[in-house]
Design a protein around this ligand. Sequence first.
Ligand SMILES: [Zn+2]
Length: 238
Amino acid sequence: MKRNVFFWTMLCGVIVIGLFGIVQDKNQREGQPESVITEESGALEGLCILVDAGHGGYDGGARAINGGLWEKEYNLRMALQIQSALEAQGAQVIMTRMEDKAFADRKRPDLDARLQMAKDGDADLLLSVHMNQYHDAVESGPQVFYRKNNADSRLLAGCLQAALIGGLQPTRVRSAMAGDYYMLSLPIPSVLIECGFISNPQEAKWLMDADYQKRLAEAVCTGVCEYIRLQQKNRDAQ
Ligand SMILES: [Zn+2]
């Protein structure tokens, strides 16, 4: 009897170790980190967030390495994933676009139309989704830019940058930085998220992968939740 119990315990152990090995192997094979954080649901209830999929229509943005897809395609897919992640936490999301389009045939009026959507919808936060590009293909990693001289935008960017680093464990760890972007000109906390470099072949591949997009979107959601938590804490302290 005792030998039987011993046998079954050993067998179960071997199976568990085996399964763990398969999971480990899969993650290593794909070279992607595991998803870590899941927020409790409803954390963003009552919050209205504008999610802007950068570029669109005539304006393709940057082009992925080796004549790949235009940035506008990456941005839209990522923005849609970010929308789902934020809505799952109870946020109301305004999307600037859900398809491949521009709002004018020139850059400035196109951006004005997007900013107007944030004003019309009385958005509390603005997240503009982009992909980065650099002449050296080795550059990689997400980076968040915030509205200059705006403490709330800076805090939001810091929370997002930390969550992206925690959730994606990028090889190249970047810091949030102030950015002089027209899209960040509203008086609400506004950030521009450069999700990664489409000039880097490995990262460009990941950024088109639905699992990686979900992981990045979850990290964005975690960052927004952390920002809301810190703002609440600051208010409570006053
Ligand atoms: Zn862009």
